[in-house]
Design a protein around this ligand. Structure first.
Ligand SMILES: Cc1cc2nc3c(=O)[nH]c(=O)nc-3n(C[C@H](O)[C@H](O)[C@H](O)COP(=O)(O)OP(=O)(O)OC[C@H]3O[C@@H](n4cnc5c(N)ncnc54)[C@H](O)[C@@H]3O)c2cc1C
Ligand code: SF4
Length: 480
C-alpha cells in the first residue's frame, strides 16, 4: 500500500515536469522468484506526484480515446497533481469499478499510454501506475471513507449475473447504480474469475481483488458461490422459477485447449488453467495443509507465449523448479504477452526456447520425461499479419523435463450454452451478442470472454458495463 499524507498536498499551478518517467519500484529477481509476494511495489505518494507532474494536461487528451472504457485520465491525473486523491478515485470509479486491479494488469502500453501525446517523442505518462496508486489509496482508507459509487433508488427489478469475473462484476456494479437488485452466481467457491484463480498473487494479490469486490457488496450486490448455471439452474429456470427479470451471462471462456500431440495424457502434463488454479485458488504449494496438491516439477516446459504461459512459467519457478523453459513456435517479437511480464520472466531465470514447435511429450512408466520439439524459422506473413513459422527439416530435439504445462489458449465451456437452446452461438461455441450485449434470447445479455474469446480484463469490464446499460433500457421497455 502506498505511503500517503494527504495533508502534505499542495495546490500547485501546473508546470509540467520534463523529468524522465518515474520507475516502478520492484523487488529483486532473486528474492521474488522464491515467494508469491507482489513483484511491483507501487509508487510512494512522492513518486506518484512526480509522475503526475509529467502530464501536459492537454487540451485534447488523446489518452482518453486509448482507454477502452474512456476513463477521464486527464482529470484523475489533475487531482493527483492537486493532492485531491479522493476526487481522483471518484473520477476513476465513474468508469471503472476495479481501478487497483486494472492499474496492475491492464496492457496500458497498448492502450492509453500508447495514445498519450508524450509517447510520440519519448516515454508516455505512466497512466497505469498512477491508476494503481489511486486505487491503492482508496483501498488503504477506512471502509467508511472509501469511494462508494452512488446506488440508484430501488426499481423492483431483479437481474441474475452469471460469473464473477471482470465482466460480471462490472455489470453488477453498474446495475446497482441503476437501482436494480443483482445476484451474482459463481460456480467456484471464490469470487473474481480469472483475477482470482488465474492471475497469480505475485502480479495481482487476492486481497486487492477481494477488497474491490467488497465494495460491490456494500453497494448491495448479492453474491452466491458454488452454483453452476446450466447445472444447478438453467438460464430459463433463473427467469421462470427464480423470478429474475433479466440475465447477464459472463461465464468467461475457461475450457482448456490442448495441442492434440502424443503424450498429453501422461502424468506431469497440466493445462495452464488447472496448474494455475491448483496453485492460486487451492494453494496447492501448502499441501498437505491445503486440500489440493500440485506437482512440483524439477524441470518444467511451458508451451505458449502469452500472459498465461508467462504466469505459469513464473509460478513453476516459485514452486522450486531448477529449470523452466518457455517453448514458443514463433519469435520473441511475436509473443502476445505483455513486455513487462516477458522482462520479469527473463530476470527470474526463465529460459526462452523460441522458434520451437512441440511435436510429442515423451514419458516412462506413465510419467513425463521430455518434450520433443522441432526447430522453426519465420516464413511469409500469414492471415494474422505475423510471419508464419515453418519447420526446419530434421531439426527435432528433446527438452529434458518432468512437467509440461500447456498454455496455448482456452475456449467456451458448453455447460451453460447447451442447456439454453435458443441462445445463438458462433461456430466455436461463443455466445453471439451485439455491441450492447443483447443476445438472440429476449432478456438475456452476454459479455466478456464468452462473447469475444480470451481477451483482456478491461474489455470484459467494458462489455459488462455496456450490457448493464442495455439491460436497464430493456427492463424499462419490455419487462412487466
Ligand atoms: C492466467 C491468465 C492471465 C491473464 N492475464 C491478463 C492480464 O495481465 N491482463 C489482462 O487484461 N487480461 C489478462 N488475462 C485475461 C483476462 O483475465 C480475461 O480476459 C478476463 O478475466 C475475462 O473476464 P470474464 O469476466 O469474461 O471471464 P472470467 O474472468 O473467466 O470469469 C468468468 C467467471 O464465471 C464463472 N463461471 C463459469 N461458468 C459458470 C457457470 N456455468 N455458472 C456460474 N459461474 C460460472 C467462472 O468460474 C469465473 O469465475 C489473463 C487470463 C489468464 C487466464
Ligand atoms: S495525452 Fe498524456 S500528457 Fe496529455 S493529458 Fe493524457 S496523459 Fe496527460
Amino acid at each position: 500500500m502506498p505511503h500517503l499524507d494527504a495533508s502534505n498536498a499542495e495546490k500547485p499551478r501546473h508546470k509540467p515536469s520534463r523529468g524522465p518517467r518515474v520507475p516502478m519500484p520492484e523487488r529483486s529477481a532473486v528474492e521474488r522468484a522464491r515467494d508469491f509476494d507482489e513483484v511491483n511495489l507501487g509508487y510512494t505518494e512522492e513518486q506518484a506526484k512526480a509522475e503526475a507532474d509529467r502530464c501536459l494536461q492537454c487540451k485534447n487528451p488523446t489518452c482518453i480515446d486509448g482507454c477502452p472504457v474512456n476513463i477521464d485520465i486527464k482529470s484523475f491525473i489533475r487531482h493527483i497533481i492537486d493532492g485531491e486523491y479522493a476526487d481522483g478515485v471518484a473520477v476513476l470509479k465513474e468508469r471503472n469499478a476495479l481501478p487497483a486491479v486494472c492499474g496492475r494488469v491492464c496492457p496500458q502500453e497498448e492502450q492509453c499510454e500508447a495514445a498519450c501525446v508524450l509517447a510520440k517523442k519519448g516515454d508516455p505518462v505512466a497512466i497505469g501506475r498512477l491508476e494503481r496508486w489511486l486505487g491503492d489509496f482508496d483501498l488503504a482508507c477506512d471502509l467508511e471513507e472509501r469511494c462508494e459509487p452512488e446506488v440508484g433508488e430501488n426499481t423492483g427489478y431483479r437481474v441474475a449475473v452469471v460469473g464473477s469475473g471482470p465482466a460480471g462484476l462490472a455489470c453488477a456494479g453498474e446495475l446497482r447504480r441503476f437501482g436494480h437488485a443483482v445476484t451474482v452466481f459463481e460456480s467456484l467457491h471464490a469470487l473474481g474469475g480469472v483475477l482470482t484463480y488465474g492471475i497469480p498473487e505475485f502480479r495481482l494479490p487476492k486481497s486487492i481483488v477481494q477488497a474491490e469486490i467488497e465494495m460491490l457488496g456494500i453497494m448491495g450486490v448479492e453474491f452466491v458461490t458454488d452454483i453452476v448455471v446450466g447445472a444447478t439452474y438453467t438460464v430459463d429456470e433463473l427467469m421462470s422459477e427464480q423470478g429474475y427479470d433479466a440475465v447477464f451471462v459472463g461465464n468467461g471462456a475457461g475450457l482448456p485447449v490442448f495441442l492434440g500431440i502424443a503424450g498429453e495424457n501422461l502424468n506431469g502434463v497440466y493445462s495452464a488453467n488447472e496448474f494455475l488454479t491448483r496453485v492460486n485458488l487451492m494453494r496447492g504449494y501448502e499441501f498437505p495443509k491445503a486440500d489440493t496438491p500440485v506437482w512440483r516439477g524439477r524441470k518444467v516446459a511451458v508451451i505458449g507465449g502469452g500472459n498465461v504461459a508467462m504466469d505459469s512459467a513464473r509460478t513453476a519457478k516459485r514452486l522450486g523448479a531448477q529449470g523452466v523453459f518457455l517453448v514458443y513456435r514463433r519469435s520473441e517479437e511475436e509473443m502476445p504477452a505483455r513486455r513487462e511480464e516477458v522482462h520479469h520472466a527473463r530476470e527470474e531465470g526463465i529460459e526462452f526456447k523460441m522458434l520451437c514447435s512441440p511435436s510429442e511429450i515423451v514419458g516412462h512408466d506413465g510419467w513425463v520425461t521430455g518434450l520433443t520439439a522441432t526447430r522453426m524459422e519465420l516464413g511469409e506473413p500469414d492471415e494474422s499479419g505475423r510471419r508464419a513459422p515453418v519447420c526446419v527439416l530434421d531439426s527435432d530435439f528433446v527438452i529434458d523435463c518432468d512437467t509440461v504445462i500447456v498454455a496455448v489458449g482456452t475456449r467456451a465451456n458448453p455447460l451453460l450454452t447447451q442447456t439454453t437452446p435458443d441462445l445463438e452461438l458462433t461456430r466455436r461455441g461463443y455466445v453471439v451478442a451485439d455491441e450492447q450485449g443483447a443476445t438472440s434470447k429476449p432478456g438475456v445479455f452476454a459479455g466478456g470472454d464468452i462473447v469475444t474469446g480470451s481477451a483482456t480484463v478491461i474489455l470484459a469490464m467494458g462489455a459488462g458495463k455496456r450490457a448493464a446499460q442495455a439491460i436497464d433500457q430493456w427492463l424499462d421497455t419490455h419487462s412487466r
